[in-house]
Design a protein. Structure first.
Length: 168
C-alpha cells in the first residue's frame, strides 16, 4: 500500500501548497469547524481561495479532500470525512463532478455537511500532481504540504496525518 501511494503521489509538489479558488458549495448543515463559513462570511455560490479559507483557521493544520461524485472509493470515505471535519478544518474539492447545481444536489442527497470548492475540470488535482481520487492532502499551519494520500484513506489515517502535522 505504501509503495502504491508513493507512486501515485510522486508528482506532488513539496513546500507551500498551490493556491486555488473555486465556487463555494455548502452541504446541508455545513460544519462550522470544517469551513468556518459563518465566521468568514462565506456564502453558497461565492468565490473562495484556499488561502482565504486557511486564514479562517490560523495556527492549525488543515486538510483538503479531493473527491468526485462518480467515484466509488470517495463514497466509502464520506462518513470518515464528515467525522474528521467535525474536529479538524477540512475543505473538500468536488473534482469533475458537474456544475454547482449537480454537486449541491449530490451533497444534499448524501447529507454531506461539507464546505466544498467546485473544480469542474480537475485543475486542483493537476496543480497538486494527483491523478486519482479520492485524495487527502494535509497542510501544516504555515500552508506547506505535509502529507498526501491518494486512494482510499481510513478515518484513522486522516486523523493521524492531521495530528502529525500539528506537532511540527
Amino acid at each position: 500500500m505504501l509503495a502504491v501511494n508513493a507512486w501515485q503521489t510522486r508528482a506532488v509538489p513539496s513546500g507551500l501548497a498551490p493556491d486555488f479558488s473555486g465556487t463555494v458549495l455548502l452541504g446541508p448543515g455545513a460544519l462550522p469547524v470544517a469551513g468556518a463559513a459563518s465566521a468568514a462570511g462565506v456564502a453558497h455560490g461565492a468565490e473562495l481561495s484556499l488561502s482565504e479559507w486557511r486564514a479562517t483557521h490560523p495556527g492549525r493544520p488543515v486538510a483538503i479532500h479531493i473527491w468526485a461524485e462518480w467515484c466509488p472509493f470517495c463514497k466509502l470515505e464520506e462518513g470518515s470525512v464528515t467525522r474528521v471535519a467535525a474536529d479538524w478544518p477540512v475543505l473538500t474539492v468536488a473534482s469533475r463532478s458537474g456544475n454547482a447545481a449537480q454537486v449541491t444536489r449530490y451533497m444534499a442527497r448524501q447529507q454531506l455537511p461539507w464546505v466544498a470548492s467546485l473544480d469542474p475540470k480537475g485543475d486542483v488535482s493537476k496543480a497538486y500532481g494527483l491523478t486519482a481520487v479520492p485524495a487527502w492532502v494535509v497542510l501544516d499551519a504555515d500552508g506547506h504540504i505535509r502529507s498526501v494520500a491518494s486512494g482510499y484513506t481510513t478515518e484513522l489515517g486522516m486523523r493521524a496525518r492531521l495530528w502529525w502535522a500539528s506537532l511540527f
